[in-house]
Design a protein around this ligand. Sequence first.
Ligand code: HEM
Length: 284
Amino acid sequence: MSQCPYSPSNQDADWHNAELNFSDSMSYGDYLDLGRILSAQHPLSPDHNELLFIIQHQTSELWMKLMLHELKAAREHIRLSELQPAFKMLARVSRIFDQLVHAWTVLATMTPTEYHSIRPFLGQSSGFQSFQYREIEFLLGNKSATLLRPHAHRPELLQALQEAIVTPSLYDEAIGLMVKAGLHIDPQRFERDPSSPTAHDPSVEAAWREVYTDPKRYWDLYQLAEKFIDLEDSFRQWRFRHVTTVERIIGFQPGTGGTEGVGYLRKMLDTVLFPELWRVRSTL
Ligand code: HEM
């Protein structure tokens, strides 16, 4: 009779071959620096639920770090006309957003009563001051000099954001690629101040229309356009789940960051990162 695969004696055989002493070599925890990551949660209130609140934010920030890593590399690949690696990176960012959309369901287990036990300990801290989030928005073309202000007290962060705001966005680089492909773009689109937010440009919409009406000829640009739409679709869902979770927890009370709260977040739902790509759909 064969032995049960889960029997302790089989486990012993597996462990026999596994490395169990790490005094002279790098372990899992060493590689991941878990000592630091897992000791970076410092609840300020006596409330049981604050750990959820902290970990939800920290994990979101870790995923944002990866998104920035991918988005910056994708922008560089687009600038160099290397679209295949850029597609891979943009797809990864969309899937990260999808995952963060699902993550809201964990935070939604927090009731208003639980949040209000923590709220007095949060002071004025708010996701509104997330410098990584702001950099993602800038990379995607949603630029705003006013939103540099919350970082004025941290010169190193302010400098990184000041660089991000004057650097052409991912979408600006894609428009450069359209010119290289022989599509006509109004030269004023290039001369615009790179620190201003993306605004609809009729020549860009007309160029995308050419791409969408002849995908075989412009296959790479066609695929790039769909990657952008995919990304913005996922980002919109993240924004929507944020505002709904916030309404569920604090209703229409002001945010800790000083905005009107849900009202502000609802306005952010109107953000359009790739305006011509959305508009062109009505004309095809
Ligand atoms: C109970 C949980 C949460 C509440 C009540 C909440 C509430 C708010 C409110 C009211 C704002 C507007 C700014 C303000 O006045 O504070 C805001 C902004 C923001 N929150 Fe949250 N939030 C929560 C969780 C999160 C989480 C888990 C993240 C993930 C990092 C996050 C990221 C952000 C970001 C990035 C902004 C800026 C959005 C923008 O400027 O478009 N929030 N939040």
